[in-house]
Design a protein around this ligand. Structure first.
Ligand code: HEC
Ligand code: HEC
Ligand code: HEC
Ligand code: HEC
Ligand code: HEC
Ligand code: HEC
Length: 455
């Protein structure tokens, strides 16, 4: 009797909870579109909608947890923001599901707000239909067109073509003259031939020596132009875009999937070089993403089989056996072709720009593109990498280019280091040029000193 009563009360409480949570679930709908973005940026590494990857399938997770566990959105907020904390608090289901997935740690997301989570959950409840394939393919051709637009100096080609035409014209003219001479020789008798020949050659030289000299002069000019170009363009090829061993698309990763540049190029923040990520970074996601399923985005002329094949190359490189879900130990290094490469005598440091100079660069870059804030720092120098299927150099990367930016970019005086070190200079400039309020550009803090950029 007592136990029945206990159960009765529990059932009532459960029904009450169920009603209240379902009210809260259906009461606050999120925005599935924004949810999709957040899901792709944060969750696809471990979750898919309709199959288990590292974590469980999340389609309809709200309804499932509610009916199977009696858990509402509050639980989901807590879990998604900080599953560790929830587990540590002794929450029963949190610990159960953790055990069930062999104690695989889910990442914590303290930065997601309740609204963000509503949006994500709205997406898992109502995933939108995939967009029709055509529009994106069309957009891409447009993009590809502009990205491919001959970036190389067309003046070089023009000069070469004009010179070749000039040389061809000269040759035709010489041939005509020679024919005249041969005719002249034929009209004379054989006995005088030798003499005529000698005479006529001297004649030719005396009459036409400027042709030869002209030719030599043109060749010398061309050579000088070539050398000059070669010096100005040491190691620099704007538009250079070599083929890579794996067809890795920045448009798909950084553009479509909105993966942060620094997730892969994490060393940009810490030092001189912004390294190409190791294959382990790829495996964080591709251990589970073994196929390409984003049917709404395919480059024209490429299909799912092509992309799947490229993803398999990651497995070949790391020795991952996707069937057995284990590493075989047979690895194969991937040799990416380096695209940006300063000559050895130049010192360029990413951290100086991505950390110390970040705000300065964002401020000046945003003047031209006020709406574009994502990855602005990287884009200020590398262009719209997130629209490129194949990376290409977006700028000259010459000395003139570095200096131009140093002359025009105002340093961020609120950055702690600058505030302290350049206080006197700042105060002095403020007095000297009260009009610009002591505007300090990078050149004023040594950005034009040879020794800063050259070893
Ligand atoms: C690093 C991998 C990883 C990432 C990233 C990740 N999860 Fe998880 N998630 C897991 C694992 C693993 C579990 C299973 C429980 C465990 O082992 O902790 C899980 C469980 C869950 C559950 C419980 C599902 C159930 O059926 O009980 C929800 C809900 C969830 N994750 C939502 C999210 C959301 C939303 C995101 C993105 C904001 C996300 N996860 C990102 C690994 C991840
Ligand atoms: C998922 C990982 C990943 C993300 C995210 C990513 N990259 Fe890359 N990046 C790579 C790989 C792999 C390469 C080498 C292959 C290539 O050139 O495409 C590369 C190459 C580059 C290069 C050329 C390096 C060279 O050889 O000179 C630049 C520049 C670059 N990335 C910038 C960016 C920027 C800017 C972003 C953000 C908009 C970004 N990357 C996001 C993985 C990534
Ligand atoms: C943060 C997660 C993540 C990381 C890290 C990542 N990828 Fe991907 N990759 C994806 C997603 C998501 C897709 C698209 C799959 C889909 O939508 O079906 C994808 C697609 C691909 C594809 C097919 C499309 C294309 O770009 O040609 C290749 C190849 C690929 N990745 C290679 C790599 C390589 C190489 C690395 C490491 C340098 C890497 N990925 C790192 C998430 C990631
Ligand atoms: C001030 C301009 C500038 C900014 C900002 C910048 N880069 Fe670079 N990046 C360069 C130059 C210059 C090189 C060539 C460096 C060399 O060859 O030593 C380069 C090279 C690279 C490379 C090739 C590897 C290397 O270090 O040589 C990658 C990858 C890269 N950058 C990614 C990034 C990412 C990601 C960001 C944003 C976090 C970024 N860059 C921001 C100018 C910049
Ligand atoms: C997009 C603009 C931009 C470009 C392009 C750029 N820089 Fe800079 N650079 C900055 C800013 C901003 C700072 C100041 C950072 C700070 O506040 O300390 C800086 C600082 C520096 C410094 C430190 C100067 C000092 O006095 O401490 C060096 C060295 C440097 N850059 C080298 C280069 C080289 C080499 C290149 C070309 C390969 C280059 N930069 C291209 C914006 C740029
Ligand atoms: C803001 C950085 C920066 C400063 C300051 C700078 N340089 Fe350079 N310099 C470069 C870069 C980058 C290159 C490589 C350009 C290339 O590969 O085309 C270069 C190349 C050169 C070259 C090789 C020829 C050429 O044009 O490629 C010479 C010589 C040179 N610098 C001399 C100097 C002298 C002298 C100073 C001081 C007055 C100076 N540089 C200051 C960045 C700088």
């Amino acid at each position: 009797m007592i136990s029945w009563r206990k159960h009765y009360r529990q059932t009532l409480i459960a029904i009450g909870l169920l009603l209240s949570t379902s009210a809260s679930i259906y009461g606050q709908d999120g925005d599935p579109k924004n949810g999709e973005k957040l899901f792709k940026a944060n969750c696809t590494a471990c979750h898919a909608l309709d199959k288990q990857v590292i974590g469980p399938a999340l389609k309809g997770v709200v309804a499932r947890l509610e009916t199977e566990q009696g858990l509402g959105k509050d639980w989901l907020y807590k879990w998604i923001k900080n599953n560790k904390e929830l587990r540590a608090s002794g929450d029963k289901y949190a610990n159960e599901v953790f055990e069930k997935f062999n104690k695989t740690e889910m990442q914590v997301f303290p930065n997601l707000t309740d609204k963000d989570i509503d949006d994500i959950l709205a997406y898992t409840t109502n995933p939108p239909e995939p967009a029709p394939a055509k529009t994106d393919a069309a957009k891409d051709t447009a993009n590809a067109g502009s990205a491919n637009a001959a970036p190389q100096s067309s003046t070089t080609t023009n000069v070469v073509i004009i010179s070749l035409l000039a040389i061809a014209g000269l040759l035709v003219w010489i041939l005509l003259k020679l024919r005249q001479l041969v005719k002249l020789g034929q009209s004379e008798d054989l006995a005088g031939l030798n003499e005529t020949r000698v005479k006529s050659f001297r004649e030719i030289y005396e009459k036409y020596h400027y042709i030869g000299k002209g030719l030599i002069a043109i060749l010398a000019l061309l050579a000088a132009y070539g050398v000059w170009n070669w010096i100005m363009w040491i190691g620099v090829y704007k538009g250079y875009k070599p083929e890579q061993p794996i067809y890795f698309s920045h448009k798909i990763h950084a553009g479509e999937q909105k993966i942060d540049c620094q997730l892969c190029h994490s060393s940009a923040k810490y030092g001189k070089v912004s390294e190409i990520p190791s294959m382990n970074v790829c495996m964080n996601c591709h251990r589970t993403i073994s196929e390409y399923n984003a049917e709404h985005y395919m480059e024209p002329g490429k299909d799912k089989a092509f992309y799947d094949g490229e993803i398999k190359k990651i497995y070949a490189a790391t020795g991952w056996d996707p069937e057995k879900q284990q590493y075989t130990g047979k690895t194969q290094p991937v040799e990416w072709t380096r695209i940006h490469n300063m000559p050895d005598f130049v010192y360029f440091n990413h951290a100086q720009h991505v950390v110390a100079g970040e705000q300065a660069i964002i401020n000046s870059f945003n003047k031209k593109n006020p709406n574009n804030k994502i990855d602005v720092v990287c884009k200020a120098c590398h262009g719209k990498i997130d629209t490129m299927n194949v990376v290409q150099m977006a700028n000259d990367f010459t000395m003139g280019w570095c200096i131009e930016c140093h002359r025009t970019t105002e340093v961020d005086m609120n950055n702690g280091y600058n505030k302290e070190y350049f206080k006197n200079l700042h105060d002095k400039l403020k007095k000297q040029y009260p009009k610009d309020g002591g505007k300090i550009t990078v050149d004023a803090i040594g950005g034009l000193e040879c020794g800063k950029c050259h070893y």
